[in-house]
Design a protein. Structure first.
Length: 422
């Protein structure tokens, strides 16, 4: 586990010592930001999730609209007519008065639309499921984005912690050599060499702090958190996933359904080859003229589009090609996901072995550094040998921290690949 407490105004070795002690003792803090609560915050703040959920609502409304197209339509109309009177004509009074008012209640029911109406309903129903799957995929994509931001910040914090630890060790070395220079046991140049290296570390700390600030601001923007000065991360301890069911993944399932809808679109396009049949019934609340006594009528309308310039055939071909495109995209997506999974799986296995080897290397490097200090006191080696041993120890420690963080990030990626969130 890594717990990092960061404050840009503290650049002494005490911070690095505190961090190291926290890690060794497993100290945690209830207010520390973890990957899980950073992800939950991002779920509430990211536009990609909000828009995906709105797309689900839109798909629901579109489905309701598709159902409505199969149901009868009831309307009420009122028609007022004022005519120029026809003088000297008997038909004027027979077929209609100067002023006529007709009030009609009309019921219209589509009977058959070439099959497009039922294909459209299936299309709209599938779009609801696609929208839901795309929301789930957006959540998995966000998990990777948050993981990248989280562990980038963790890397920056770890780099500053290592630099501050080096600064603390060099400060102790300066104090030690100042005493030895005064009593003539060391040359002034030995002290100058350490002070020079300490000045360089101070510059490195400033650079690392600026890089950390960029990572920090990006992380706050990504997650919507108010602050993340304290973060907590763990090295993965759960087993590495051994297999992936690509057909169950949201991205794959959504593309499969899009391919089905592409076929439905072709059915909708080909519906123009068939006649459409509509039933219309009118009930007259008020009617004028010679039909004033007739209260209702029924109309059955059959419409057959005999020629449209080839538009129907062209539209059908377009939809068929779109279905083929989806099939190719689906095949490519499945292959890419399998390869990504295998790549991340192998990477995690290598990283696990690398961390184990680096942990042993850190132990030996630290032991060597402590022994070199004792040898220097005995006059067996030079000050430069001690500085080199210190650099070697801290370089290996940096590599270990970086590998642990990279392993944690790779674990987030492989979990997202198999459809699991933090």
């Amino acid at each position: 586990m890594g717990v990092v407490f960061y404050n840009s105004s503290r650049t002494t070795g005490k911070l690095a010592a505190w961090i190291g002690l926290s890690v060794l003792l497993g100290v945690t803090n209830a207010s520390a930001v973890t990957l899980s609560n950073a992800y939950q915050s991002a779920m509430r703040h990211r536009a990609s999730i909000s828009t995906a959920r709105l797309d689900e609502d839109i798909a629901d409304s579109s489905h309701n609209k598709a159902i409505a197209s199969l149901l009868p339509n009831l309307s009420l109309s009122s028609d007022h007519t004022l005519r120029d009177p026809i003088s000297g004509s008997s038909t004027a009074s027979t077929f209609g008065q100067r002023y006529q008012h007709t009030a009609t209640l009309t019921l219209t029911q589509p009977i058959f639309q070439g099959g497009a109406e039922y294909a459209g309903l299936g299309y709209a129903s599938t779009e609801r499921e696609i929208a839901n799957l795309k929301t789930r995929q957006a959540e998995l994509d966000l998990a990777i984005d948050v993981g990248l931001g989280f562990y980038k910040l963790a890397t920056a914090n770890a780099e500053i912690a290592n630099l501050l630890e080096q600064d603390d060790l060099l400060e102790r070395r300066v104090v030690f050599l100042q005493r030895w220079v005064r009593i003539g046991r060391s040359k002034p140049s030995d002290l100058t060499a350490v002070q020079s290296q300490k000045a360089k570390i101070a510059a490195d700390v400033s650079k690392a702090q600026s890089e950390r600030q960029v990572a920090y601001e990006n992380f706050l923007w990504l997650t919507g958190l108010e602050n993340a000065n304290e973060i907590e991360w763990e090295t993965p301890i759960t087993p590495i996933p051994r297999q992936i069911d690509v057909n169950s993944l949201p991205a794959v399932r959504a593309l499969q359904l899009e391919m089905e809808n592409a076929e439905r679109n072709r059915t909708i396009a080909r519906a123009d080859y068939w006649p459409s049949v509509d039933l219309k019934g009118n009930y007259y609340l008020q009617r004028a003229g010679i039909l004033a006594g007739s209260r209702w009528d029924l109309n059955l309308t059959l419409t057959w589009n005999l020629f449209s310039g080839g538009a129907t055939a062209a539209e059908s071909t377009i939809k068929a090609k779109e279905a083929q495109k989806r099939e190719i995209e689906l095949r490519d997506l499945k292959h890419r996901l399998r390869q990504d999974f295998l790549g991340q799986q192998r990477l995690l296995e290598f990283q696990k072995r690398t961390v184990e080897n680096l942990e042993q290397a850190v132990r030996y490097a630290r032991k060597n550094y402590l022994e070199q200090q004792e040898d220097f006191k005995k006059g067996l080696i030079t000050n430069l040998d001690v500085l080199k041993a210190m650099d070697d120890y801290l370089q290996v420690k940096r590599s270990l921290d970086a590998e642990k963080i990279a392993s944690s990030l790779a674990f987030v990626r492989i979990k997202a690949l198999v459809g699991e969130k933090p």
